[in-house]
Design a binder for this molecule. Structure first.
Ligand code: HEC
Length: 204
């Protein structure tokens, strides 16, 4: 009798153990003995909707409201594709809509110090702190041969999509902030070129 009792307890334990651990997917809840208690009646917003059907008003549920910017879509309203042709076109056609006011420059400097300075350096010569620490190869100087004539449209394009080792900044910076930081990059470039011209003069 005692033996049968222990066998029963042992077998029940083994079965329970198997039932509780049998699920392979870590998110699988396994056997649920009271599912109404785990799955609340309030639904997750829109989880009951089929996104590909139209509402009675004829509107697509995930169609954004006109004039809003869908999250994660960087090139909304930005007409130049992330290709070499798009880059060249942007260089020719894109112009900074913001004037070079002290406020815009100051805001550009602030953005630069948050997002760019550690790579491009305080002066924009490519000697940022992570470059000096030898953690990252030096970006070209803004006033060196490669970038001193770079049009602002190409700057905007590269900041938007990223270029080689430089990542896209579209999710961190609004288009307006990108144009402000470009004003500051241009100011650094002018300062760098002026400094070089002075150095060349005093060397003669
Ligand atoms: C992780 C380091 C890093 C950060 C952060 C970074 N850059 Fe760059 N940037 C680079 C490198 C490297 C290049 C050179 C890309 C190439 O031509 O291969 C570059 C290139 C550029 C160019 C030239 C683009 C072109 O079309 O040739 C501009 C302008 C520029 N960066 C501006 C910025 C601005 C403004 C920020 C901040 C919003 C920024 N970068 C942040 C590394 C960085």
């Amino acid at each position: 009798m005692r033996n049968r009792f222990f066998t029963f307890v042992g077998l029940t334990g083994a079965v329970l153990l198997w039932v509780s651990c049998a699920a392979k997917d870590p998110r699988d809840t396994g056997v649920e003995y009271a599912p109404q208690m785990y799955h609340s009646i309030p639904l997750e917003p829109y989880s009951q909707m089929d996104y590909y059907t139209y509402t009675p008003q004829g509107k697509h549920l995930i169609e954004p409201v006109a004039g809003t910017v869908p999250v994660g879509k960087i090139d909304y309203l930005y007409p130049f594709p992330n290709t070499n042709e798009g880059y060249e076109e942007a260089g020719k056609k894109l112009r900074n809509p913001l004037p070079k006011t002290p406020e815009n420059l100051a805001e550009g400097k602030r953005v630069y110090e948050y997002y760019c300075i550690h790579c491009h350096g305080e002066k924009g010569n490519g000697q940022g702190s992570i470059v000096v620490a030898e953690k990252f190869p030096a970006p070209p100087s803004y006033y060196g041969p490669q970038l001193k004539e770079l049009p602002e449209g190409k700057m905007f394009h590269s900041i938007t999509y990223g270029k080689n080792l430089m990542g896209s900044h579209a999710s961190q910076l609004t288009p307006e902030e990108r144009w402000k930081v470009i004003l500051y990059v241009q100011a650094l470039r002018e300062a760098g070129l002026a400094e070089e011209a002075n150095a060349a003069k005093s060397a003669n």
